[in-house]
Design a protein around this ligand. Structure first.
Ligand code: ATP
Length: 376
């Protein structure tokens, strides 16, 4: 019998409410065309706007629904003026709460440049950019161990503690090696390679991270070792992206280099991500709510749609579900075809040789992808 996956959908704020419906539409069509599995979508409002209207960041029952779900699809969080007492942006705690509460320890950010998107790096093309940043998601500099010392009303000292544990490092590094074994190697030479990005020449946490990398690499024959200091990485990713296959790193450093990797693939609008653990998975585009373009049908839905495709791949792997795997492939092929036809694209991709094109709406991009899936 076809398996039904319960998917919790949070469009959230700003462009989230424009890109997520396109993703759900694409997922529904891929399901209908491929058959063999089903979805039960449960949608909730959440975020800054919802907070302004209700005084809550999300409905009370949403957390329990997430805990009984197969996966979560997220849009974006954050709205101007929606700030909680203490200055925290309303909605942000939902995402952090889900990451820690569901133990989503691996943040995956694929950097794959599709044909039909012009590289922003001179001389590089889709043949050169296809790697994944695997970022630790539940420790490092973002653990809530921090504080501010104020004396006489003046803020005088601030401390943020960076935590690296053996357990945390082991599981993220293993995840990176397992992922590498399922891929086809780096674009430059086809070699399987896991690059360890750290600052182990200075930081003890990074020394522990690298030591554990050195222990784990021994049990993955055929995977090449690679070490890069995080500062050097910012230039190597731009100069030689083709060298990279899987990149593993700690939380804060991964946050920075994965945003940089979005530049290599055409910008925030096309950058997807997944947050996964042993039991749960949350899938969201890398971009935020982008209030500057929200409500105008200017947002590119491809980052969100590819995140939905990653959800299918994750479900396929977790449940051994071949139908989900097939549907994921269909979506990827459809996106690739739409882009390589060089006609339909939102304004963020209308640069370089595409500068003269009339920009498409968010829904037009979704529609074109749907048509390609149906036509396949
Ligand atoms: P956050 O701090 O949550 O990341 P932000 O508004 O600072 O939010 P983003 O929302 O990621 O950052 O947006 C940065 C810029 O990228 C926006 O100003 C917008 O022009 C562009 N952008 C973001 N998302 C998209 C998208 N889906 N399509 C096209 N452009 C986008």
């Amino acid at each position: 019998m076809a398996r039904t996956y319960k998917i919790v959908v949070f469009p959230g704020d700003g462009v989230g409410v424009e890109v997520v419906p396109e993703t759900v539409r694409v997922l529904r069509v891929a399901r209908d065309v491929v058959t063999g599995f089903d979805f039960d979508f449960v949608e909730y409002p959440c975020g800054g706007k919802y907070y302004l209207e209700t005084g809550k960041e999300w409905p009370d029952e949403a957390w329990e629904t997430c805990r009984s779900s197969d996966a979560v699809l997220f849009g974006a969080i954050g709205w101007p003026g929606a700030v909680k007492p203490g200055g925290v942006l309303a909605g942000v705690d939902i995402l952090l709460g889900l990451r820690f509460g569901l133990d989503l320890y691996a943040n995956l950010r694929p950097a794959k440049l599709f044909g039909g998107i012009e590289s922003r790096i001179l001389g590089k093309s889709s043949k050169d950019v296809d790697f994944v940043v695997v970022r630790e998601n539940t420790e490092g500099l973002y653990v809530p161990i921090r504080g501010m010392l104020s004396r006489g009303g003046a803020d005088e000292l601030a401390v943020d503690v960076r935590v690296i544990t053996r357990k945390g490092a082991e599981r993220i590094i293993r995840y990176a090696f397992d992922l590498c074994m399922r891929r086809n190697g780096a674009p430059s030479d086809g070699k399987r390679r896991v690059s360890c990005v750290d600052k182990s020449n200075v930081l003890d946490g990074c020394r522990l991270f690298r030591r554990i990398y050195d222990e784990i690499v021994q049990s993955y024959g055929g995977v090449e070792r690679d070490y890069v200091y995080v500062d050097a990485m910012t230039q190597w990713m731009i100069r030689a992206p083709e060298h990279y296959d899987v990149v593993v790193t700690s939380n804060f450093q991964g946050d920075i280099i994965s945003d940089l990797s979005a530049v290599l693939i055409g910008g925030m609008g096309v950058a997807p991500s997944a947050n996964v653990g042993e039991r749960y998975g949350l899938f969201e585009p890398v971009h935020g709510s982008a209030p500057d373009i929200a409500g105008q049908q200017k947002a590119n839905p491809i980052g969100s749609i590819i995140s939905g495709k990653m959800m299918l791949e994750w479900l396929a792997l977790k449940h051994g579900d071949k139908a989900c795997e097939k549907a994921a492939l269909r979506i990827e092929e459809a996106v690739s075809k739409v882009l390589s036809e060089e006609k339909v694209r939102t304004i963020d991709l209308c640069y370089g040789k595409y500068a003269g094109l009339a920009p498409s709406k968010t829904s037009e991009v979704g529609e074109s992808i749907v048509r390609k899936i149906e036509k396949h």
